[in-house]
Design a protein around this ligand. Structure first.
Ligand code: CA
Ligand code: CA
Length: 268
């Protein structure tokens, strides 16, 4: 009985979410207005989410499964794909607190001992900020080279082969790929900033960021498009986004009816 009720509620939620999605998509098509409640981290995949953008622009993934530290890092790399996923790197008290607020049990984080010093997976940066519990790290039995965070935010060095849940982090400020565009009124992106002889990806990204958009699309060497959605006509081969930019011929700025899509770094 209970299981049946849960299933009904879940179905209802899916229907509501789907209806909202349709309504949002329709609103964009009709008015060209930006969608305001996109979680940009969705592009990485299922379960990735932004937390507080005032603290970090990263995307985070909280696992449901328990893995050894090495397997957990491997899962983060696979799940993060082109967005550079690793076990989470915590750089501040604010980020540590934000993460602790999300968990009810202990998880792996990305610090580990390398030749006697603590380093982060991925960046290989030295661990500068830390939040060790009292009397930790104690390297119990000289066998604790990995790090877990408790739900209260404190850290402990732990045996790497223990099975724990884990937290991944990835970064979206990245090239997303080459995508098909179509003629009016079937443009993929929302707002055209027109032609420029100074066009570069960073220049376009900044303008779109300033205009309040999360994606920037560069097209045909000189056009910059801004949008909060992209991809309705599907991806294109990378070789079709290879026209040099007007502002810097060493960089590529899309192709003929092909957008090279970037994130702007803005999170709505
Ligand atoms: Ca981080
Ligand atoms: Ca310990």
């Amino acid at each position: 009985m209970r299981a049946r009720k849960y299933r009904l509620e879940k179905t209802t939620m899916i229907v509501i979410a789907f209806t909202l999605l349709i309504a949002m998509t329709a609103a964009t098509d009709w008015h060209g207005a930006p969608i305001t409640n996109v979680d940009a981290c969705d592009v990485i995949g299922n379960g990735w989410k932004q937390l507080d953008p005032a603290v970090s622009h990263s995307c985070y993934f909280f696992s449901g499964k328990e893995k050894t530290n090495e397997k957990a890092e491997g899962r983060c790399v696979i799940k993060g794909g082109q967005y550079g996923g690793h076990l989470v790197q915590i750089n501040s008290q604010e980020e540590n607190q934000m993460i602790a607020n999300e968990i009810n049990e202990t998880h792996w984080i990305g610090a580990r001992s390398v030749s006697g010093s603590w380093k982060w997976f991925g960046s290989d940066d030295e661990v500068t900020y830390n939040n060790w519990a009292s009397d930790e790290p104690n390297d119990h039995n000289k066998d604790e080279d990995c790090v877990q965070i408790y739900s209260n935010g404190l850290w402990n060095d732990q045996r790497c082969n223990k099975h724990l849940r884990y937290i991944c982090e990835a970064n979206l400020e990245h090239y997303l790929g080459c995508f098909v565009d179509r003629q009016n009124p079937n443009r993929d992106l929302t707002l055209s900033l027109g032609f420029s002889q100074q066009r570069t990806p960073d220049e376009c990204r900044l303008k779109c960021y300033d205009s309040g958009y999360i994606y920037a699309g560069l097209q045909w060497s000189k056009t910059c498009w801004c949008s909060n959605t992209f991809g309705k006509h599907g991806p294109a081969p990378e070789s079709e986004c290879n026209i040099p930019c007007t502002g810097d011929a060493s960089l590529k700025c899309g192709g003929y009816f092909r957008n090279a899509i970037y994130t702007t770094g803005l999170y709505l």
